[in-house]
Design a protein around this ligand. Structure first.
Ligand SMILES: Cc1cc2nc3c(=O)[nH]c(=O)nc-3n(C[C@H](O)[C@H](O)[C@H](O)COP(=O)(O)OP(=O)(O)OC[C@H]3O[C@@H](n4cnc5c(N)ncnc54)[C@H](O)[C@@H]3O)c2cc1C
Length: 428
């Protein structure tokens, strides 16, 4: 019988898991984004109060929306967030792929229709405003032990603890620190010793438009990809009762990202309009409905060999930021959070290296596979008209079969199964 990654991790360490619970260990989470908040909630469920340090002075999530798939929503349901999420989300009727110039349906799959998606994956698919998701997670968390205005600058490993230095002068000593600090992670620089961030040479224009302002849009409550030469536009409805369409329009370029250091760059509105000139009127209506003053650079993180060093470990965008074409950045971050919480809750600090090795073993291959697939998807969505389109059309028609492994994943069951492997059982 072949060994699972979890078993490999334990065997390499040469030790067995100890199931000693300790609620007095000091756990710090850097970043109060989707990952940091979910991790804090998942730890609390298991009797551990972590402390979160967030650089921003306020928890505000700017702009646009996010799609939560079953692999994310099943975990948020376990954390008690689903009723609140359902109130402000929209479940797409279908997933539809369309051709850029006409509205030919290249392929379509039912989502809300006939309850198809929930039947298949056991949890819903939601389109939600990012600010609503952030509000629900932070309301559930309640704000205790959440320190705003704390930007981590550096970490210093000691023999029995790790020291965190913040730019406001605060210093904290903890047993373990989790870097949920996003694509520009300070914790990653400590763990990996390099930046590893990569500009994808693609960028995006984003906007939210009331459905009634889009008269040419067919199937406004579907999630739809419009595929065209060197660009694509994805949109889905958000907002519960007061529905609007969130769109995300991706183009190739610019070749070099301006050295501003940030994720956005200023543009003239006309740049966005010109990028989609000649596309179907529904696409032009969306792009024209919003005054575009910025474009978003799409950044990823190169594969990182070791996800942890000493007492510091990475999760979410800090370790596997990916192109958003499978809508999986946040969903895989939620999976990381649940996996890590379950493992930390069962471990003693003397187990830390094994615990973190098991976490990496459970998460690295899956997130890498999705990351790689998102790059392939970019190419496929941006083909110019020509002979390759027939093969692309065949590929997107297989979407449900080819990618159900992403949505069917159950992170909690996976980590529990790994911990239950006979050779990992506690000995007494
Ligand atoms: C345009 C776009 C569309 C997307 N659409 C989807 C989608 O539909 N579905 C999906 O699943 N994913 C999507 N994603 C990806 C998703 O947004 C991210 O994967 C997700 O937010 C990662 O969560 P995180 O907690 O790791 O990082 P973040 O949400 O980036 O949070 C990091 C937090 O850490 C804080 N921080 C950073 N540095 C420090 C420091 N030094 N000290 C203290 N705090 C710090 C930041 O202020 C921030 O609050 C999209 C991404 C983009 C760019």
């Amino acid at each position: 019988m072949s060994m699972t990654p979890a078993a490999h991790a334990m065997r390499r360490s040469g030790k067995k898991e100890k199931r000693v619970r300790s609620s007095n260990r000091r756990i710090a989470i850097i970043g109060a984004g989707i990952g940091g908040l979910t991790l804090a909630l998942a730890l609390r469920e298991r009797g551990i109060e972590a402390t979160i340090y967030e650089q921003a002075a306020q928890l505000t999530e700017i702009g646009a929306a996010i799609a939560l798939s079953a692999n994310g929503t099943r975990e948020l349901e376990r954390l008690g967030c689903l009723p609140a999420l359902a109130k402000v989300s929209t479940e797409p009727t279908e997933l539809i792929y369309r051709n850029w110039a006409d509205d030919r349906r290249v392929a379509a799959f039912p989502v809300r229709m006939d309850g198809a998606y929930r039947k298949l994956f056991g949890a819903p698919y939601f389109g939600i405003h990012r600010a609503d998701l952030q509000t629900i997670l932070s309301a559930q968390h309640g704000g205790a032990r959440l320190h705003l205005g704390h930007r981590l600058e550096r970490l210093v490993e000691g023999d029995h603890s790790i020291r965190l230095h913040f730019s406001n002068g605060h210093v904290e000593e903890v047993d373990v620190v989790i870097g949920a600090d996003g694509v520009r992670s300070a914790v990653r620089r400590h763990v990996a010793g390099s930046d590893a961030m990569r500009y994808s040479r693609t960028s995006a224009f984003r906007g939210i438009v009331p459905i009634e302002n889009l008269p040419s849009l067919p199937d406004p409550e579907a999630i739809q990809f419009w595929m065209g030469p060197n660009a694509h536009l994805l949109h889905y409805a958000i907002g519960g009762e007061r529905k609007a369409v969130n769109y995300f329009a991706v183009v190739e370029g610019p070749e070099i990202w301006p050295q501003s250091g940030g994720s956005t760059a200023r543009i003239d509105h006309q740049v966005a309009v010109d990028a989609f000139k000649g596309w179907h009127p529904a696409v032009s209506e969306m792009i024209g409905a919003v005054e575009h003053t910025i474009r978003w650079g799409l950044f990823t993180v190169n594969p990182i060999l070791h996800w942890f060093k000493g007492r510091a470990v990475l999760m979410g965008d800090s370790v596997h930021a990916m192109l958003p074409h499978h809508g999986q950045g946040a969903n895989t971050t939620i999976e990381d959070a649940v996996t890590l919480a379950e493992l930390l809750a069962r471990a003693d600090m003397s187990d830390l290296a094994e615990t973190l090795a098991l976490y990496q073993a459970l998460r690295q291959a899956r997130t890498r596979k999705i990351q790689r697939s998102a790059w392939d998807t970019n190419r496929q969505l941006h083909l110019v008209d020509g002979p390759e389109l027939a093969e692309r059309d065949r590929k997107v028609a297989r979407f449900a079969d080819d990618f159900s492994w992403i949505h069917a994943h159950d992170a909690l069951q996976t980590v529990k199964a790994a911990l239950a492997e006979p050779r990992l059982q506690a000995t007494g």
